[in-house]
Design a protein around this ligand. Structure first.
Ligand code: GAL
Length: 405
């Protein structure tokens, strides 16, 4: 009797430790997709999501690598079902139900993502998951969810790591692989523990559509591009395949200047952040479409080495960012941080060392061929100085490939 008891305890311990894991390998490169929040906030419905999925295919977004179509906050009714305690999709916004929507998206060869919150309520006041983790995870699995963004509002004194770990376990127990996006805004340093829990974690509060601003909302603030980038210069070591620093959903196409949009997209790629579009893709300009489907820039983001770039130099108003790539290649971006058009005059003959990977870029010893990624053109090599006119807040970015002797 006693032995059986011990065996049972042992078996339970083993199965508990087996369940304490995330689904591995779902984000070997940063996740790419679209999320409803930045443009639509609570104004979402199934037609918008279906049209977005249709356009993923029609406009070449799917072909460029965008895969996940994600609905953010406000997809639910205000209360759980009083009998089953299950979450209920808003009947007016999603009359066909979430399963039908997920099926529709899957038929297009895409994946479907949803949102909830580790606290008692979501940020917009809908039912949060606290206390219902296993029920909700099973529900998502039944619906065919492939991605869960999990927010941090209304968490009271909950412990972040414990709260996110419970949801990780619930997803695993539900048995359907889902990318798990931790969205606790970096308040509890999720990069320090997130690698075993999720596939990516937000490093900041919400993004604002601006170059260098902060928009204050009482107890919290939205941050522009550079405040977000500057906030977390020191977390490169936590970042890599299947566990990414997430610099928030993109604001490309949402009102910044074309130059700022270019810099935004290039910088998110240099940082190897998830690329989650946040614009209305039904109405975007040709220029926006061309930028977000630029496969050569996307390849920098998706490089399989998975290293986050860093600022190597601030040179007369230009920030020089470098990112080691697979195959001894590098990406190098020059951002004009000033308010005027400037001439970039850059001598490649400098020594760059990435202290994280110990990779060295020595253009004095090795000549690198240059590929201008925004112009999609070859641009000579590193034996000559680079001279370029660059507009205010604009960027030029190159892939450097060693020339074989
Ligand atoms: C915030 C989150 C946003 C969005 C919003 C929804 O906490 O950072 O990206 O999801 O909640 O209410």
């Amino acid at each position: 009797m006693r032995l059986t008891h011990i065996a049972l305890v042992a078996a339970l311990t083993v199965s508990a430790s087996v369940n304490a894991q995330k689904f591995e390998g779902l984000a070997l490169t940063p996740t790419m997709g679209w999320n409803s929040w930045n443009t639509f906030a609570c104004d979402i419905d199934e037609n918008l999501v279906r049209e977005t999925a249709d356009l993923f295919v029609k406009l070449g977004l799917k072909d460029a690598g965008y895969e996940y179509v994600v609905i953010d906050d406000c997809w639910m009714e205000m209360e759980r079902d009083p009998q089953t305690m299950k979450l209920v999709a808003d009947h007016k916004k999603f009359p066909s139900g979430i399963k039908a929507l997920a099926d529709y998206i899957h038929k297009k060869g895409l994946k479907f993502g949803i949102y909830n919150c580790a606290g008692t309520k979501t940020c917009a006041g809908y039912p949060g998951t606290r206390g219902y983790e296993f029920l909700d995870a099973r529900q998502y699995a039944e619906w065919g969810v492939d991605f869960l963004k999990y927010d941090w509002c209304d968490h009271s004194t909950q412990d972040a790591r414990a709260s996110y770990s419970i949801m990780r376990d619930a997803i695993y127990a539900a048995g359907r692989p889902m990318v798990f996006n931790i969205c606790e805004w970096g308040d509890a340093q999720s990069w320090e523990w997130g690698g075993n829990v999720g596939h990516s974690w937000r490093v900041s509060g919400d993004i604002a559509r601006c170059w260098d601003c902060q928009e204050n909302y009482g107890g919290w603030a939205k941050l522009g591009l550079w405040p977000i980038i500057r906030l977390r210069g020191d977390i490169r070591k936590y970042h890599g395949p299947d566990h990414w620093n997430d610099f928030d959903m993109l604001e490309v196409g949402n009102g910044m200047s074309p130059a700022e949009d270019r810099t935004h997209f290039v910088m998110w790629s240099m940082l190897a952040s998830p690329l989650i579009l946040g614009n209305d893709i039904r109405k975007m300009s040709k220029e926006t479409l061309e930028l977000i489907t630029n496969k050569e820039v996307i390849a920098v983001d998706q490089d399989k080495l998975g290293v986050m770039g860093f600022c190597f130099l601030n040179d007369k108003g230009f920030e020089v960012w470098v990112k080691p790539l697979d195959n001894n290649e590098w990406a190098v971006a020059f951002v004009n941080m000033t308010e005027q058009k400037r001439t970039l005059n850059y001598d490649w003959n400098r020594y760059v060392k990435d202290s994280l990977t110990n990779r060295e870029l020595k253009c004095g010893e090795t000549t690198y061929k240059l590929r201008d990624l925004l112009a999609k053109k070859d641009a000579g090599d590193t034996s000559k100085a680079l001279v370029r006119e660059v507009e205010s807040h604009d960027v030029v970015v190159f892939r450097l490939s060693p020339v074989k002797k």
